[in-house]
Design a protein around this ligand. Structure first.
Ligand SMILES: [Zn+2]
Length: 122
């Protein structure tokens, strides 16, 4: 049997070729850490989305608002993060962060139009 190196503890071990770790504690430790890393990545994305949503809600207390992009950016809004997009029949594209959305009039526009979703849209 070939000697191999355990990716968790660095020890040499022998065993069947499908055995990837020296021991079950090393296997469990490896998977636990992997899960924790995955969870922390998901949590950081979720936090960005929730923050974006709260910025939109703060700037749009009445359900509709025209605001300068700067006001979103000043509050740490990240335009690359959104939960979904919605295109109307008139070909207007909205980006949503959960229940709050916005559209940018033109790519070079300083203004965004904010809306609040009244109900779920496919
Ligand atoms: Zn090990």
């Amino acid at each position: 049997m070939k000697k191999r190196i355990c990716p968790e503890c660095g020890e040499e071990y022998t065993g069947r070729s499908d055995k990837k770790f020296c021991s079950s504690p090393c296997r469990a430790g490896h998977h636990n850490r992997k899960n924790a890393e995955d969870n922390s990545f998901q949590r950081s994305i979720n936090n960005i989305l929730k923050h974006n949503r709260n910025v939109l809600a703060e700037l749009n207390p009445d359900g509709k608002a025209n605001v300068r992009k700067d006001r979103l950016i000043d509050r740490g809004f990240k335009f690359r993060y959104f939960t979904n997009q919605y295109r109307t029949k008139n070909d207007t594209l909205y980006h949503f962060c959960y229940d709050y959305g916005y559209r940018v009039e033109k790519a070079d526009s300083d203004w965004v139009f904010l809306i609040k979703r009244q109900e779920y849209v496919e």
